[in-house]
Every structure is written in C-alpha cells, then in structure tokens.
Design a protein around this ligand. Structure first.
Ligand SMILES: Cc1cc2nc3c(=O)[nH]c(=O)nc-3n(C[C@H](O)[C@H](O)[C@H](O)COP(=O)(O)O)c2cc1C
Length: 412
C-alpha cells in the first residue's frame, strides 16, 4: 500500500499506522487511534525502526508503505532496516515484528530482558532472532545518533522501556504520554488543545491511575539523572507528538498528585423505572447551587472508560442505583469494579464519595454500594435512599443532600 512518511526531522520519519476505524480497544471507547512507529537514520544511513503496529495485514501494509516512502525520500534504493528497537511487547506496538524480522533477519532486536520471552511467546517465529537485551543507561551508538535506553517497568507493562535519542532530544516513550487520536497531523500544536488534553486525560485515567506511584518515581528519576532538561520532544506510541514536553509532563504531575483544576463532582447512575434518575438530577442541582461543576453519567448511555476520565479530575464521586434483590442494579457493579481496580486514592487525593437510590420495600442497594466505595478508598459522606417514586419533599431532600456535598467539595 502506498503511503507517505511524514518527517519529524531530517533523519526521523513517522512510519506508523492510522487506524481510522477502531471504536473500542480492550475496553476503551475510541474514535480511531494511531500506532506510532518511527524510522531513524544515522549519518551513514543505517536505519533504526522504533516500535511497530497492530498485527493486521492492512495495518502492516500501511506501515510498510511509509517505510518504503522514507527510503525513497532519502534517495536510498535499497530498503534495509538495520536495527529494531522494541519498547514494549503489547500487540499494538509489536504486531509487525515477525514480518520485519523475516525481511531483515540480521537486524538485532533491542528490548528489555523481560520483553524478550514475552515477544517470543507472542511470535514464536522470533525464536531465532538476535535479541540484545538492555537496561537503564545502555546505549546503541551509531554515526551521529545515540539511543539511550531507560527501563520503564510497569509503565505500563513489566517489559516497557523508553528510548532517548540524545542528539535530537527525543524521548520515545511508547504508551506513556499517549493519546488515542487518529489525525492527519502528527504534532500536539496541530490539534485543538481541549481535544488533545481530553484524550491524554482519558489515556492516563484508564491506563496509568493505579501505576501513579511508579510514575512519580520515574519522573523523579528523569529529573535526578538530568534527563528532563534534555527532552525537547516526546514521541509516544499513540496519538500526537509533544513538542512542548512540559505541557504533558505538567499534566501528568497534576493527575499524579490529585490536582483537580476545578471543583467538580462525577455522578454515575442507572435506573429501572426512572426514580433514581430523578434523584440524580435533583442532587446535581444541589451540588451546582454551590458553584460546583457536575459530570453526569447515565449508564444506559455512557461507558466506563469515559466515566473514569471525569473521575480523575473530580473531588467527589456519587453513585446512584436502585435496589434489586437486596443489592444493586448490576450495571453499576461494572463501573464500581473498574473504579476499584484503578485505585484512584493512589493519586494522592482521597475523593469524597456518596451513594443514593430508590427502593421498594427492603432498601439496602445504595448502602451496600456505599460499603464497597469505602473499601475502594473513598471518604464516604452520605447515603440517601428514597421509597419508590420521589415526591416533592424527597426531591427537596435530594437537593439539600447535593448542596451539602457541594459544600464539602469546596472545603477540600
Ligand atoms: C426484579 C426487581 C427486584 C427488586 N428487588 C427489590 C429488593 O430486593 N428490595 C427493594 O427494596 N426493592 C426492590 N425492587 C424495587 C425497586 O427497587 C423499586 O421499584 C425502585 O423504586 C426502582 O427504582 P428506579 O425507578 O430507579 O429503577 C425490585 C424491583 C425489581 C423490578
């Protein structure tokens, strides 16, 4: 497939794949994404391929088209990859490895020692490949291009690493600092800022929240070894390339330290006969009466990866659900479990929590959920249950319940 390879610098080309059609990726809703791969040429035209793409024929064909275009642009007749850097095992960044290895069997694969068995497990054809396993501080030195590796264990898999291209000041960070965006443009400044940061926030919330302490340690290490001052560009493996590294590093520090830029609550609710939904709207009015923003998520329409993006920037999370068989309407359980797994309290902010819902005779659904939220690390400040359909007095109480929580959010 013919495809152009956009140039990042004189010697660096984008050779990844634009996946226009992806709407879901292991649980996250998307509107397309990109699998970013980069081809770097040394001064004597040795070619280094950093990461690759999802293992589908059409994705690999798009990448291959860009690789051919890069060689042509450079005036080189023979397409030959001399070195492969594999920053991460996961299939969206390694799926073309077998094909590349078969075309260029002499090209060694640079990866962490943890990545090597993982890659061979995914692609048994690589068993005969030459792996060079590297750790923090190791380098690949070519004419005018020095690649220094940095272990990035659990950011976001045990095998992950970063590659720093010294001469150009580019950090190839793989998934870290990524965004699921699919654009013709390659840079941060070419996309509306709100769209870019929204995508980065969603990526952090879903992939990095529970890894926050490790991320903080890694950022400290980057400062301590003097790397921060040298980074001019961050090229992640999804989405736009950051030409303003401090914009995304600053945002990561905020998310990692529980900084919420506005007073905001996220309300998550479902209903069978609309009573809990009615309560949610009244509670939202109470919260807003205190000048606090609300993000509303109705589970018949919204899904978890979008919801947790808002939780990341919220000081309080309220969950509303009707009682069903003494427990809860089950859609909330999916979201509750996901929020529990993400361990938002690791961001250094113990968020306020509250529950509410309608019941018929025994009640207990919201109270049950309240206990679960407490176990998940929320500072529970209330539970409100209304019998069957809320009347005017119930709705007034819901408003007051919301207003009280709004006050508490402002005090945080
Ligand atoms: C299948 C089913 C099981 C229910 N189980 C309980 C229950 O165990 N305890 C209770 O108090 N109400 C129970 N209810 C009643 C609902 O909680 C009640 O109708 C409530 O008002 C529904 O709120 P909603 O309008 O937000 O869906 C049950 C309702 C249904 C349909």
């Amino acid at each position: 497939m013919k495809a152009k390879a956009p140039k990042l610098t004189d010697d660096i080309y984008f050779v990844g794949t634009l996946d226009w059609d992806r709407r879901e990726y292991h649980g996250y809703t998307l509107n397309g994404t990109s699998y970013n791969a980069f081809l770097v040429f040394s001064d004597d035209n040795k070619a280094v391929l950093i990461d690759n793409v999802y293992p589908e024929k059409m994705y690999i064909a798009q990448m291959w088209g860009r690789i051919q275009d890069a060689f042509e642009d450079r005036g080189l007749d023979e397409v030959k990859i001399d070195y492969i850097i594999q920053n991460h095992v996961e299939k969206d960044h390694s799926g073309a490895l077998t094909e590349i290895h078969q075309k260029f069997p002499d090209a060694p694969i640079y990866s962490t020692d943890v990545a090597k068995p993982g890659l061979i497990k995914h692609y048994p054809e690589l068993a005969d490949a030459t792996f060079i396993t590297v750790a923090t501080g190791d380098s690949l030195e070519l004419e005018g291009k020095t690649f220094t590796f940095m272990d990035a264990k659990m950011l976001h898999w045990p095998d992950s690493m970063f590659t720093f291209l010294n001469e150009e000041g580019i950090l190839f960070s793989n998934d870290a600092f990524g965004q699921h965006l699919c654009k013709r443009e390659r840079y941060d400044y070419e996309v509306p800022e709100s769209e870019l940061m929204d995508a980065a926030q969603k990526f952090y919330a879903n992939l990095l929240t529970p890894l926050t302490p490790l991320l903080k340690n890694k950022l400290n290490e980057v400062v301590e070894i003097g790397l921060l001052d040298k980074i001019k560009t961050i090229a992640p493996s999804h989405g736009q390339v950051w030409t303003d590294p401090m914009k995304i590093i600053g945002a990561y520090l905020d998310w990692a330290n529980g900084v919420c830029k506005v007073d905001q609550a996220t309300l998550i609710y479902d209903t069978m006969h609309f009573s809990t939904e009615y309560m949610a709207h009244a509670i939202a009015e109470g919260i807003m009466s205190k000048g606090v923003d609300v993000k509303m998520h109705f589970l018949k329409e919204d899904e978890r990866s979008e919801i947790v993006k808002d939780v990341l920037e919220s000081k309080a999370v309220l969950m509303g659900v009707p009682t069903l068989f003494n427990k809860v309407f089950p859609s909330i359980a999916d979201v509750y479990l996901y929020i529990d797994e993400l361990q938002f309290d690791r961001t250094g902010l113990k968020r306020l929590g509250a529950t509410f819902g309608s019941y018929g005779w025994s009640g207990n659904g919201p109270a049950w959920l309240n206990g679960k939220m407490e176990e998940a690390g929320f500072d529970m400040v209330g539970n409100m249950e209304v019998n069957y359909v809320p009347d005017d007095d119930d709705l007034a109480a819901c408003f007051d319940f919301g207003a009280e929580i709004g006050e508490k959010i402002k005090e945080l």
